[in-house]
Design a protein around this ligand. Structure first.
Ligand code: FA5
Length: 343
């Protein structure tokens, strides 16, 4: 059989096989077997060229190239036919246009996000702007400038995560370093609120190793403890409802003097006394006080002229109280069924 006859036989074999191919994948395989670089036609071509006298080589090349072109053309036609068939089958499928649509699942804001947004809005209306600071903080901003030099016993109140290999870099243990960053970057008057994540070696049903606080700082001439109490009372009543009370209980923080623990009336019993508030009618939500002159010295504010107050509260704690959630770990598990319940 001469080359022409062999190629014609291959071509008709090929035609039969592509007609049988039912999927694009099958079709591509048949094409590769015949028309591809290692396919039967190229093999025939190479063998024929090798054994032919020089004068005939060109004609052999042309002939087999023509056959390959036909193979390609047939492949493309069959590919189009397969696509058309698939489309026709799709169109023939019966669609019941009266069926209800499938609703797309909607995401939900986390209770901590909801609480943070409300906090920022309430303080925004009092003229407080939002300030931010890094979560990986220097020892200076987190402790030193807040009147907690190294070896100060108050450092033990906040069990600290240190960054490996850097003894004076920590994961911030509270949002108070944002006070320092803000005062270092601008002169008084200052009125900021600083929400954000903080970290402590703490882990039980009401304490989490990562949690959120918001810091408040107000510095100007003539700011008093009465202003602090007024702002906290206004905030609490907007956030929890008009019948909520605030109590400031004497306490100690190295960076404020006098200092106080902030209690709000128990959200469960509205101050009547219950198991959660241990019958006291009050629940602790944060700390506060008047800025200590030592802190003003670190940021070069004139303590003779200016006074100020600061407070720091747990956002997670506030959200838990507002939505009556009894385990802080639920807040961080990322279960969408949990988030879905809060609006
Ligand atoms: C502080 O962190 C001070 N920086 C607050 C402050 C700011 C005082 C400005 C004075 C002036 P304390 O460690 O008490 O204080 O934390 C404040 C609040 O954060 C707590 O009342 C609580 O609501 C919340 N909190 C503390 N630890 C955790 C924790 N592990 N998990 C969840 N919330 C926490």
């Amino acid at each position: 059989m001469d080359l022409q006859a062999r190629l014609a036989a291959l071509l008709s074999e090929y035609q039969e096989k592509i007609a049988q191919a039912r999927t694009e994948q099958e079709l591509r395989k048949v094409f590769a077997d015949y028309g591809g670089p290692q396919g039967a036609i190229r093999v025939q071509q190479k063998e024929a060229i090798k054994s032919a006298p020089n004068a005939e080589k060109k004609a052999i090349g042309q002939l087999s190239n023509q056959v390959v072109q036909s193979v390609e053309k047939l492949f493309e036609e069959r590919l189009r036919a397969l696509a058309d068939e698939a489309r026709r089958r799709d169109l023939e499928r019966v669609v019941d246009v009266t069926l209800p649509g499938r609703a797309r699942p909607l995401g939900h804001l986390h209770p901590v996000t909801l609480a943070r947004r409300d906090i920022v809005e309430i303080f925004g209306q009092l003229g407080f702007t939002v300030a931010e600071g890094p979560q990986v903080e220097t020892d200076f901003h987190n402790f030193e400038a807040l009147a907690m030099p190294k070896d100060h016993p108050a450092r033990d109140m906040q069990d600290t995560f240190y960054v490996a290999g850097a003894s004076d870099v920590v994961l911030r243990t509270h949002t108070s370093p944002v006070q320092i960053r803000t005062m270092l970057s601008q002169p008084p008057p200052v009125r900021i609120i600083a929400p954000g994540a903080v970290y402590r070696k703490d882990d039980d049903p009401t304490h989490s190793p990562m949690f959120n606080q918001f810091e408040g700082l107000c510095v100007d001439e003539g700011i008093t403890f009465g202003d602090l109490k007024g702002v906290l009372l206004h905030f609490t009543q907007r956030f929890f409802g008009a019948d909520m009370g605030v109590r400031l209980r004497p306490s100690f923080f190295p960076f404020t003097e006098p200092s106080a623990e902030i209690d709000i009336s128990c959200v469960f019993c509205r101050g009547q006394g219950c198991r959660t508030c241990k019958q006291s009618g009050w629940i602790e939500v944060g700390g506060a006080g008047m800025i200590d002159p030592e802190v003003f010295a670190h940021v070069e504010y004139d303590a003779e002229r200016y006074t100020g107050f600061a407070f720091g509260m747990g956002i997670d704690r506030m959200a838990m109280l507002r939505y009556h959630i009894d385990d802080v770990s639920l807040m961080f598990e990322g279960d969408v069924r949990f988030a879905r319940q809060f609006r």
